[in-house]
Design a binder for this molecule. Sequence first.
Ligand SMILES: NC(=O)c1ccc[n+]([C@@H]2O[C@H](COP(=O)([O-])OP(=O)(O)OC[C@H]3O[C@@H](n4cnc5c(N)ncnc54)[C@H](OP(=O)(O)O)[C@@H]3O)[C@@H](O)[C@H]2O)c1
Length: 216
Amino acid sequence: MRRPHVIMNAGMTLDGKLATVAGDTRISGREDLERVHRIRAEVDGVMVGIGTVLHDDPRLTVHKVPSERQPARVVADSLARTPPEARILSDEAPTIIGVSRAAPEERVRRLRDRGAQVVVCGDSRVELRCFMERLYEMGIRKLLLEGGGTLNFSMLREGLVDEVRVAIAPVIVGGREAVTLVDGEGFESIDAGVHLRLRRYYPLGKDFVLEYEVVR
Ligand SMILES: NC(=O)c1ccc[n+]([C@@H]2O[C@H](COP(=O)([O-])OP(=O)(O)OC[C@H]3O[C@@H](n4cnc5c(N)ncnc54)[C@H](OP(=O)(O)O)[C@@H]3O)[C@@H](O)[C@H]2O)c1
C-alpha cells in the first residue's frame, strides 16, 4: 500500500493530556509552537480529526515561522460536520476533507462549494487506510498528524504512523475526561501496543521534546 510518511506530534502535559477538562490547549511554550510550525512547513499535509476542528477551530497553517509554502489541511470527518465557516476552509491553503458514504450530500456539496476537496472512504466512518492511499495519490508524501486522541489511536491501530514526537510541558492538569495523547478503545496488552524506539530528546524552552520511530 502506498501511503504518506506520517509524523504524529503533540504538545502534552506531564500527565499526557492534550487539553484540560475545559478545553484549554495552551500547553507548550513559544519555542515548541515554532518547532511545530517548522515541521508544518516541511510536510505536504497537516491532519486533525473533526473533534479538534469543532473544539478549537484551528487554522492549521504555517504562521509562526516564515514559509514560502502552505501544506494542505486534512480532516477526518465521517459525516461532513466541518462548519462552512471553519477557519480550515480559509483560502490560505488547500483543504482536503475525508468523509464516509454516510455523509449527507447537502453538507458535502457545501464543503465543495467552500473550495474543499472531499474524498469519500468507508461506509459509516472514514476508512483511514483508504484515505491515506488517496492522499498519497493527491501528492501528499509527508503528513503531520496533530490529533486529537481519538484519531491518534485509530491511526496507530491501523499501523499508519511512522514517527511520534511529543513536547512535554512541565504542568499537570488531571481530569478523567481530559483528552490524552492517545484515547480510543486502547490495546489490551503491552505486547499488542505500539512499540517505539527513542531517537532524540532535548529541552526546548520550558518544555522537553522526545522523538521516536514506530518499531511495530
Ligand atoms: N495539545 C495538542 O497538541 C492538541 C492537538 C490536537 C487536539 N487537541 C485537543 O484534542 C481534543 C479533540 O480530540 P478528540 O479525541 O475529541 O477528537 P479528534 O481526534 O480530533 O477527532 C475525533 C473524530 O474524528 C472522526 N473520525 C473520522 N474517522 C475516524 C477514524 N477512522 N477513527 C477515529 N476518528 C475518526 C470521528 O468523528 P466522526 O465519526 O464524526 O467522523 C471522531 O470522533 C480537543 O480538545 C483539542 O483541543 C490538542
